[in-house]
Design a protein around this ligand. Structure first.
Ligand SMILES: [Mg+2]
Length: 357
């Protein structure tokens, strides 16, 4: 284990912090007013990102974000990739060692991380076993779900009110709505930096829904502060037409930007607010900003999760774990192959850290 243990130690926190204070994370939670993060985000319009409407081939980037996995067959390249992004499950002892004496804070993406990717996004349910594993993690560590879905929809899938939820790629954050072992009730909305965009998002949703009726298999999902155009069920020959149609609609909305995920185009406000900002906001809200005794773990499977991986890498604290069976460019330190491994990792983490937290 020496190879990977050394790798993990390099990637993890190097400072020696004071011991974590049991239970403190929940009771010290200071709810923030929604307008605080709204003001911060609006002050940083992501104008560069809106440049997606200029230049470059949208079709090419749609294909790059939605690889046909056959071309990533196991081989020397994959082995090399696994050396750089070892299995978090296999090397859990290294993860636990790196987190020793620190407060773990868990961040979990939903689709492709807690639930398998399915053709119908409305059917992306999680198993009872996974729910048990997440519930157990939340009993030990502050735990947040960070998803591109609307907050209500992801809560409806996860059904655990003791968690923090960051929906719409972090643009809709809310604390737990139930009293747990560790915390007081904190049910006010914490952060909604894009409320000014709600009418325009609804307008574009209606326009795109009408346009996509001409493309078999296309589906537009309203995630409140952002939209998803799913093309998982669209013939690849139609992807170009779909991309051009979406682009044409967005030409009338310069304050919206387009990003790509796994067989999905995401439309969101051109503000600098993503899953990485959500992670930072939650750490700050929990009282951990600037502290060395916190060890955030972020698990996700998509390009949008890279924003959070980068935040952790820049902080030099905690670890990012990419869920993938195939080699991909990533800032994450570790990998897990599929949601079943995420479940095993969560269980083992709770067992390995004993009564901590
Ligand atoms: Mg995902």
């Amino acid at each position: 284990m020496t190879n990977h243990a050394a790798f993990a130690a390099e990637d993890a926190v190097t400072a020696v912090p004071p011991p974590a204070q049991a239970g403190r994370h929940f009771s010290s939670f200071p709810p923030r007013r929604a307008r605080d993060c709204r003001k911060a985000a609006l002050g940083r319009m992501d104008l560069a990102a809106s440049g997606v409407l200029r230049g470059g081939s949208l079709l090419d980037s749609m294909k790059a974000s939605s690889p046909r996995h056959a071309k990533f067959a196991a081989g020397a390249d994959h082995e090399d990739w696994m050396e750089k992004h070892p299995s978090a499950l296999e090397w859990i002892e290294a993860v636990v060692a790196a987190a020793k004496g620190k407060q773990i804070v868990m961040f979990l993406d939903y689709d492709g991380t807690l639930s398998p990717i399915v053709e119908d996004p409305d059917s992306a349910v999680m198993t009872e076993e996974m729910r048990d594993a997440v519930r157990s993690v939340a009993q030990h560590f502050p735990t947040a779900i960070v998803s591109g879905r609307s907050r209500d929809k992801v809560l409806n899938f996860v059904k655990l009110e003791e968690l923090y939820y960051a929906g719409s790629h972090g643009m809709d954050i809310k604390g737990p709505t139930t009293v747990s072992n560790h915390k007081a009730k904190a049910d006010e909305v914490l952060c909604q930096p894009a409320t000014d965009f709600l009418p325009v998002i609804q307008e574009v949703y209606e326009t795109l829904t009408a346009k996509m009726e001409a493309i078999p298999g296309a589906m537009v999902e309203n995630n409140k502060f952002c939209l998803s155009v799913h093309f998982r069920c669209v013939d690849e020959e139609e992807w170009d037409a779909l991309g051009k149609e979406v682009r044409a609609v967005l030409e009338g909305y310069p304050d919206l930007r387009l990003t790509k995920g796994r067989k999905v185009l995401e439309i969101r406000p051109s503000i600098k607010w993503d899953k990485g900002n959500a992670l930072e906001f939650l750490l700050e809200s929990l009282g951990y900003a600037g502290r060395g005794d916190v060890f955030p773990i972020y698990i996700g499977d998509d390009r949008t999760d890279e924003d959070a991986f980068k935040v952790l890498r820049n902080m030099g604290q905690g670890i990012g774990i990419l869920v993938t069976k195939f080699a991909k460019e990533t800032t994450a330190s570790y990998s897990l192959r599929e949601p079943a491994e995420v479940k095993d990792f969560l269980r083992k983490l709770v067992m390995s850290t004993g009564t901590k937290g």
